[in-house]
Each structure stands twice: as structure tokens, then as C-alpha cells.
Design a protein around this ligand. Structure first.
Ligand code: Q9C
Ligand code: ZN
Length: 346
């Protein structure tokens, strides 16, 4: 399996996220990817390659130019407002909810922070852009390795991506790596691509990006948004629209769901991907489905992740794994690499 590692990931290191009335230490920390890398090395998983840089135009296949412009300059703007800001993260406080305008680009940095985000849990830090940008390189390199004939590839990157939409960040995500990879697969040869999102949280960004598209199928197994983040998307009645009608499948499961039921839902999602006729699979690999995850509610155990990888290998499509969530830091390496090992064992 080809492995692409985002060596710039530590440049994104949020201090705090706003959570229910207080600033708490970030759950999405550099150690997450460090532990996965360490596990790949310890288990002699293969050669870790560096990804070539992709042009900005590839990001713009998925993200709005004015959103990318904002991300590129956000940290400098933040520090220019007050030199002391260099010591604190930028977190939004205002959002243009229903009845407000989103066509006007306000001069105020804070107003644009809110225009381009949907929560207060995703701080922008000095190196957020560098890290996110380099993650897209890894995702595209992984996609290209599948086009070159590999059966599997892994993009090890953070910040994660699946909550990021066409023009917004949130849920610790800034650029939607899985969507950028799926689009690259479409642009560089494939007619039909599927994204399967196995992170605990619904991949609202990926769903929205492809919702009206008939060429990219999106399927997700996740905590029921009635009670779980991101709350406002991910319900079972979201089936796609326009040309994409029937090309979106959400399988929400209640908090507390264990591996047997979860695995059935994944099998159901894979059946739909097969019926759709996808030629390759982008797998949003969040391991926050783990029983020990501090912010999630499913009950997968470490060995279960081996079975997940085996199931995906038996499914038989070229598969790009893209790292998403997973916050039980001490176990995130073992769980993630278990999926990859299961995949390689078949
Ligand atoms: N402070 C991903 O897994 N906050 N994002 C939940 C905990 C948002 C998760 C409350 C969770 C976002 C990629
Ligand atoms: Zn998640």
C-alpha cells in the first residue's frame, strides 16, 4: 500500500476549542498523526512517500476561491489586528444564519470568520493553512496512485477534512481531502467514484459538495445527528438531489451501537456503492468509532478494525484511505493501522 504522510501537519496545533461555555484543550492534536506514523513504522508497514505539490486549481475544483483566499491570509489578518493575537488562536463568534446575507464579503475579519465556518470548535493557528494545504497534496497523490494501478493507498494527514464544505470550515476541518481526492479521480480518468465515510460524525462537507452530482456517490455510517455532531445534516432521508438524486446514502445509528450492528450498516453502504457502479473508493477513515473515544459514542474494539479492513479488501475496489477523526490518542495508531493491515491481509 502506498503511504503519503503530511509532514507539515504539526503546523496546525490549536490550543483550545469552545465547548459548551468554556475553552477546553483541543481534541484534534498533532500527537494523533504522530502515533499513526509511529505505528506504521513499528509494524514495518511500508515506505512513506512525500507527495508532490498540486496546483491551487485542484483545490478550486472543490472549494470556493474566496474561501481559499480567506484561509491563505487568515492568520496574518488575525495577528495584524493585535500583535498579542500571535499567542492565541482565532475562533469565530458570529455566524450569518437564516435571513442574513452571505453574498457580501465583509471587511471585518471576524465577520468573514463566521461567514466561512459553522462552529467555534475549529481554531485557526499560525500554520493551519500550511498543514491543510499539504494534506490536499497527500490526498491527490493517493488518488493518483490508484489511477496508476495500486489497490490501496493511505493519506495520513491532519487537520481532517470531511466536515469542510465548498466554502466553510468546522468540525476541525478546513480543506476536504476526501472530496479533493474523489474529484481528482474523476478529473483524471474515472467516470464513477464513491466516498464511504466511516468516521463517527457525519461527513456533512463531503455530502454537500457532491449532493447534486450523479458521478460521485456518498455513503456514510455515523452517530444519529438527532443527538450527535454535526446535528444539522446526516439524516436518512437525505438521498441526493437533481442529477445526484439517489446518489447519497446516510445510515445513522444510535449512540451506543456496537461492532456487529455497525458492520451490517457498512455492508449495506458497500452494496449501494456496488449498485452505483463505482470504479474506485475514497474511504474517510475516522477511528472515533472506537469504544474509548472521548467525544464519540460507538463501541468498536481495536481488533474490530482488522475486520473492517478485511471487509473493504473483499469488496475489491481500489481504495484510498484518508485519515479523519479519532481522539483516543494512545490507541489511534493501533486502530488505524489495524484497518490497513486487515486490508493488506486479503
Ligand atoms: N468538544 C472529526 O471527527 N466537537 N470532527 C464535538 C467535543 C466537534 C469531530 C464536541 C467534533 C468534530 C473530523
Ligand atoms: Zn469524527
Amino acid at each position: 500500500m502506498k503511504l503519503f504522510y503530511n509532514e507539515l501537519h504539526p503546523r496546525h496545533h490549536g490550543r483550545n476549542e469552545m465547548f459548551r461555555g468554556e475553552l477546553v484543550p483541543c481534541f484534534e492534536v498533532p500527537a494523533r498523526a504522530d502515533f499513526v506514523l509511529q505505528e506504521l513504522n513499528a509494524r514495518k508497514f511500508g515506505v512513506i512517500e512525500s507527495a508532490p505539490e498540486v496546483p491551487r486549481a485542484m483545490l478550486e475544483r472543490v472549494h470556493a476561491a474566496r474561501y481559499i483566499d480567506f484561509l491563505v491570509g487568515a492568520w496574518q489578518e488575525w495577528v495584524a489586528l493585535d500583535p498579542k493575537n500571535a499567542e492565541r488562536d482565532a475562533i469565530p463568534s458570529y455566524w450569518p444564519i437564516r435571513t442574513f446575507r452571505s453574498d457580501v464579503l465583509p471587511a471585518s475579519f471576524f465577520a468573514r470568520m463566521g461567514l466561512f465556518s459553522f462552529d467555534a470548535g475549529s481554531p485557526i493557528t499560525a500554520g493551519t493553512w500550511d498543514a491543510a494545504r499539504r494534506g490536499a497534496d497527500c490526498a491527490v497523490a493517493g488518488a493518483r496512485s490508484l489511477l496508476a494501478g495500486e489497490r490501496g493507498a493511505f493519506a495520513l494527514t491532519r487537520p481532517p477534512g470531511h466536515h469542510a464544505g465548498h466554502d466553510f470550515f468546522g468540525g476541525y476541518c478546513f480543506l476536504n481531502n476526501a472530496a479533493i481526492a474523489a474529484q481528482a479521480l474523476r478529473d483524471e480518468g474515472l467516470e464513477k467514484v464513491a466516498v464511504l465515510d466511516l468516521d463517527y460524525h457525519h461527513g456533512n462537507g463531503t455530502q454537500a459538495i457532491f449532493y447534486e452530482r450523479g458521478d460521485v456517490f456518498f455513503a456514510s455510517v455515523h452517530g444519529d445527528p438527532h443527538t450527535e455532531y454535526p446535528y444539522y445534516l446526516g439524516y436518512a432521508d437525505e438521498r441526493g438531489a437533481g442529477a445526484g438524486a439517489g446518489c447519497n446514502l446516510n445510515l445513522p445509528l444510535p449512540r451506543g451501537t456496537g461492532f456487529a450492528r455497525w458492520r451490517e450498516a457498512v455492508a449495506q453502504a458497500l452494496t449501494a456503492v456496488r449498485t452505483f457502479g463505482a470504479e474506485a473508493l475514497v474511504l474517510s477513515l475516522g477511528v472515533d468509532t472506537f469504544e474509548g473515544d472521548p467525544i464519540s459514542g460507538f463501541g468498536l474494539r481495536s481488533d474490530d478494525y482488522l475486520r473492517v479492513g478485511e471487509d473493504l479488501a473483499r469488496f475489491g475496489l481500489p481504495t484510498l484511505f484518508v485519515f479523519e477523526g479519532g481522539y483516543a490518542v494512545a490507541e489511534v495508531g493501533r486502530n488505524t493501522v489495524n484497518v490497513l493491515e486487515g486490508f493488506e491481509s486479503i
